[in-house]
Design a protein around this ligand. Structure first.
Ligand code: DGL
Length: 271
């Protein structure tokens, strides 16, 4: 039993896909969320810059006494996880391992699609993990650099012609490759699940990297006896590095709750 909060971070809204799962799976846990909205997107940057940002994100979160951190960011998980695990002395869950494991488990044909940021695709991290678990599987990767800015600007709803056109173009190669499983390898992409499902059809299984990371954390807390066993529901605190207004609105929409006045801005450059 451990009452300390869990830290979760991403470059912006994407990590909320993990937060939403955590709230369902582990409702007693307190969560501290940081979205680096002043510096989103991460996925178009160099590994060195991503690591620098990730260290600052970790330093901010670790100013709290945490029991674990979820890197709810595919880009940081694919490029910086092993370095961060060496440098910070608390359990750190990334999205790649649990997401790759789930894809390897559910694919029937062994034809797995992967959509993610350019940095994640370049890293080859998902491919390596899948090859270890399912030798012979083929991974078809595609970077989708316009998805994150569109999601951050609230353009993630079905019926929006801009997101639908771009998604169709990005997903064409996945349709041609005849994948039966599609990894949403960037945590922003589950916000586009309806649009992506509509294009890919009901026979393709979508794997939500935020959800898989949340499940991995649950397994870790159970196996290490660190669940918060208090009687009341946990609190979530939200921090961002840019103005709170847009984030409050979009995050509230996605989490279906009113976050007015609940998001605080911090200066991430101090960390
Ligand atoms: N949501 C993040 C990811 O999973 C970051 C996307 C970005 O900032 O480019 O990759």
């Amino acid at each position: 039993m451990d009452h300390r909060p869990i830290g979760v971070f991403d470059s912006g809204l994407g990590g909320l896909t993990a937060v939403r799962e955590l709230m369902q799976l582990l409702p007693r846990e307190d969560i501290i969320y940081f979205g680096d909205t002043a510096r989103v997107p991460y996925g178009v940057r160099s590994p060195e810059t991503i690591l620098k940002f990730a260290r600052q994100d970790m330093n901010f979160l670790c100013s709290y006494d945490l029991k674990a951190v979820v890197i709810a960011c595919g880009t940081v998980s694919t490029t910086s996880l092993s370095t961060l695990r060496r440098e910070y002395h608390l359990p750190i869950i990334g999205v790649v391992e649990p997401t790759a494991a789930q894809a390897a488990r559910v694919t029937r044909s062994g034809r797995i699609g992967l959509i993610a940021t350019a940095a994640s695709i370049r890293s080859g991290a998902y491919e390596k993990k899948i090859a270890a678990r399912r030798p012979g599987a083929t991974v078809y990767g595609k970077a989708c650099p316009l998805f994150v800015p569109l999601v951050e600007n609230g353009r993630f709803q079905m019926g929006d012609p801009v997101i639908e056109t771009i998604a169709r173009e990005y997903l064409q190669s996945m349709q041609e490759a005849d994948v039966d499983t599609l990894i949403l390898g960037c945590t922003h992409y589950p916000l586009l699940s309806d649009v992506i499902r509509h294009i890919m059809g009901p026979d393709v299984t979508l794997i939500n990297s935020g959800r898989e990371a949340a499940r991995a954390l649950q397994a870790l807390l159970v196996s290490s006896d660190r669940l918060n066993e208090s009687q009341s529901n946990g609190d979530t605190s939200y921090f961002v590095s840019d103005t709170v207004d847009g984030f409050e609105e979009m995050a509230g929409l996605f989490l279906r709750s009113n976050l007015k006045g609940m998001v605080q801005q911090i200066n991430i450059e101090k960390y």
